[in-house]
Structure formats: structure tokens, C-alpha cells
Ligand binder design. Structure first.
Ligand code: SF4
Length: 409
């Protein structure tokens, strides 16, 4: 059992094979592979026969205590590739240097929220029932793994409706769309299935209500985010976007007595409170929600991380770079003075982050699948024994019903 190694490439062991002995698993292999790929080294994962491998004549491997017993770290390069051998040797040394026992504090709640679960279920059910292609406008939720899985199952992701044929089935993502997009789909006879999170839809309804009353609607959020584009589209002529307290100071409105505010659902709670307070100071008659529109899932994930971030040497947030609520979690840790990183999966783990790190707080944004968090714990367990403990600040029981157009069989 060997993996063919082309010249110039490095093998990363997913298990070490030793003559007459049971194989040793290498749970950190994906992280080592990610490290090499980031550095531009062609690399491949596979079993590595240690010491007597004719296909991988130069092996660098080590066995160490890990979670649940012995684990291995191993790399190999062809005998006629001294540069590859040097890379294999130094990479092994780098990862071995950060091997140690660790504690992982698991923030809870983490991972999928009710809006994300509903959106993914809608696409999956449509794929099961399909009689033609299922188009999804934009990423259904902001997670590369979720999108790749649904794409593999047959969903066709498009950026805009102009690439969708008239009359086709199209799903609107959890972040919502502007009325102009809905009108375009209707005009072209598309079968629309709306996966907009009900909590985003509620903000749209508030925007319409305030605008109908003649208020200037101040929308607090991040320019360019899909949710903001959709909400802005409800009353573009009456809505202004602000991101910071400075933006509030510069704000010019038609009638200071008729101002209402709304927020993106995935903002940082602390920063949003400051912006709302600045608005109240400038416009004492400000209308809006009791506190803000930040959703329960964003609030819970931020509070759960706050409860453990200070105890950790490093905060790891599983989520994609375009996930707003995931990025807010990283910022939250930074504001509290803890080093933090956003990772899409174990392949993004970097050895330099783990130097002298004994306690890791681990969480995931609302669009990141929980199995990716489990994979991170497993990978860390390939670098020494890991003790993982849940730190639950509360249970989430929110569930959203599916649109009537999508029925469970
Ligand atoms: Fe809905 Fe909040 Fe989840 Fe966004 S993060 S989909 S608003 S529940």
C-alpha cells in the first residue's frame, strides 16, 4: 500500500505503517498538507511505510502521545529530491515543535443557527424532488464547505438571475434579496423558493414600515454585504447606511425628528450599541427595535465566546472569510486581547499559531457545519493529547418552518 510520489512533491502521512505492527494514525495530516500547500509545495496525503519504503526512500516520521493513544507525524520525499527531503525534514520539525498536551474550550452555542439549517434543508429537499436544475442565487449561506457539498449534490450557484433561464426554479439565499430581484424573477416566470431567514425578512418588513411612515431609515451594517444590499433595496430612496460612530456624526437627514434605525442581523453587539447610542444622541426621537436587530444566534455565539476567550491563549473560529458573524467572533477575541484566527477547516491551521499555546477556545460561526469543529479537535489531537470541554451558556431551541412551496415527503 503506497502512494505514488511524483518528482518534486512531498508525501504527508495519513498513517504510519511499520513492519509487523499496527498502523499509527496521523490526525494532523490535513493540517500539515494545508501548511505545505500554502507554501506552494506540491504535496499529497497517503500511508507512509516508515524505514523500509522503496517508493518513499527518505522518510521523516515521529510517533508521539496523542488523543486516545499514539499518533504519528510523517513526511517523505523521493531519494533524488534533496530539496523535497529538506522540506519534509523541516516541516516535520516545525510541527513537532508545537506538539504538546492542550485544553480545548468549546464555546456553546456554536455552528449552525436555525436560519442556516432551514436554508440548507430547502435546497436539499428541492434537489430530492427536482424535475430540473435547481439554481441558487448567491451562496445559500456564507460557507465554502456547505456550498461545495450542495454543488456536488447538483445545485447550481449563480451570482445573478441573468444566468438563470426563464421559468427555472431558483432559491434565494438566507441573506435575503431586494424587491427588484424578486420582481425580475417574477417577470421572467421563475419558480422562486425563498430561503431568506425569517429574522432577515423581519428587518425588511421594518424597513418598509418606517419608509411608509416617511422616516429616514438609518441602516447599520457593512457596505456590500448581501443582507445589507437586500434590506437597502426595500426603500433605497429613504435609507442611508452607516457603519461607524463617525458615520453617524457625518449623517445628513431630511427631518431629524423622523429618523428610524435598523441593523444587520450579524453585527458585533458592543460596536452596534455604540452606534445606536450615537444615533440617539443626535436624534432623540429615534425609532427602532428595542435594542437592535442582531439575531439570537449572533448574540449567543458572541456571548458564548466572551465567556471563555479570556482563559484561552488562542481563539479559533471555524467559518468562511465572507461570513459576517464568524468575522465578528474573531474581532471580539481581538478586542479582548486574545490572539484569534478564522479558519475554513483544519487545512488552515498554522503551526506558528500554536507556539506556547496550551489552551484554545474553539467556536464556529452560524454558517459553519459542526463536523468541521470536530475535525479541528481531532487534528489538534494529532499534536498531543487534547482535553475538550463544552462551555454552554444556554440552549437554542429556535426552529423555523419551511416555506409552503417546499414540503417534506
Ligand atoms: Fe438568521 Fe441569524 Fe442565522 Fe442569519 S445568523 S440566518 S439572521 S438566525
Amino acid at each position: 500500500m503506497t502512494t505514488f510520489l511524483s518528482p518534486g512533491s512531498v508525501l504527508v502521512a495519513d498513517r504510519l505503517l511499520r513492519h509487523g505492527q499496527p498502523p499509527i494514525r496521523c490526525p494532523a495530516a490535513e493540517s500539515v498538507l494545508g501548511d505545505l500547500r500554502r507554501r506552494g509545495v506540491t504535496s499529497v496525503g497517503g500511508p507512509l511505510r516508515v524505514f523500509d519504503d522503496p517508493d518513499h526512500p527518505v522518510s521523516f516520521a515521529s510517533v508521539l502521545p496523542g488523543t486516545g493513544g499514539q499518533v504519528g507525524l510523517g513526511l517523505s520525499a523521493p531519494a533524488d529530491d534533496p530539496a523535497g527531503q529538506a522540506v519534509a525534514a523541516t516541516t516535520l520539525a516545525t510541527w513537532l515543535a508545537v506538539a504538546r498536551p492542550r485544553k480545548v474550550l468549546l464555546a456553546s452555542p456554536r455552528s449552525f443557527c436555525a436560519g442556516v439549517e432551514r436554508a440548507i434543508e430547502i435546497v436539499r429537499l428541492l434537489l430530492d424532488q427536482r424535475r430540473g436544475p435547481i439554481y441558487v442565487r448567491k451562496q445559500i449561506v456564507h460557507n465554502a464547505h456547505v456550498v461545495a457539498d450542495l454543488e456536488a449534490a447538483g445545485a447550481v450557484f449563480v451570482d445573478e438571475l441573468d444566468t438563470v433561464p426563464d421559468g427555472a426554479t431558483v432559491v434565494f439565499s438566507a441573506h435575503g434579496v431586494s424587491p427588484a430581484v424578486r420582481a425580475d424573477a417574477e417577470r421572467r416566470g421563475m419558480r422562486v423558493v425563498d430561503a431568506t431567514c425569517p429574522l432577515v425578512a423581519k428587518v425588511h418588513a421594518e424597513a418598509r414600515r418606517h419608509a411608509r411612515r416617511g422616516d429616514t431609515v438609518v441602516l447599520i451594517g457593512h457596505a456590500g454585504h448581501e443582507e445589507i444590499e437586500g434590506t437597502l433595496g426595500e426603500a433605497p430612496e429613504r435609507t442611508v447606511l452607516v457603519e461607524t460612530v463617525d458615520d453617524v456624526h457625518d449623517l445628513v437627514v431630511e427631518d431629524p425628528a423622523r429618523v428610524a434605525y435598523l441593523t444587520q442581523t450579524t453585527l458585533a453587539m458592543d460596536e452596534t450599541t455604540e452606534v445606536v447610542e450615537a444615533l440617539r444622541t443626535r436624534f432623540p426621537g429615534l425609532r427602532g427595535p428595542a435594542s437592535d436587530d442582531i439575531c439570537y444566534a449572533t448574540t449567543n455565539r458572541q456571548n458564548a465566546l466572551k465567556a471563555i476567550a479570556d482563559e484561552a491563549d488562542l481563539v479559533l473560529v471555524v467559518g468562511s472569510a465572507n461570513s459576517s458573524n464568524s468575522r465578528r467572533l474573531v474581532e471580539l477575541a481581538h478586542r479582548r486581547g486574545t490572539t484569534a484566527a478564522l479558519i475554513d477547516d483544519v487545512g488552515d491551521l498554522r503551526p506558528e499559531w500554536l507556539v506556547d499555546v496550551g489552551v484554545i477556545a474553539l467556536t464556529a460561526g452560524a454558517s459553519a457545519p459542526s463536523h468541521l469543529v470536530e475535525a479541528v479537535i481531532a487534528a489538534l489531537g494529532g499534536l498531543g493529547p487534547v482535553t475538550a470541554t463544552e462551555h454552554e451558556i444556554g440552549r437554542e431551541t429556535v426552529h423555523f418552518t419551511l416555506p409552503t412551496t417546499v414540503r417534506r415527503s
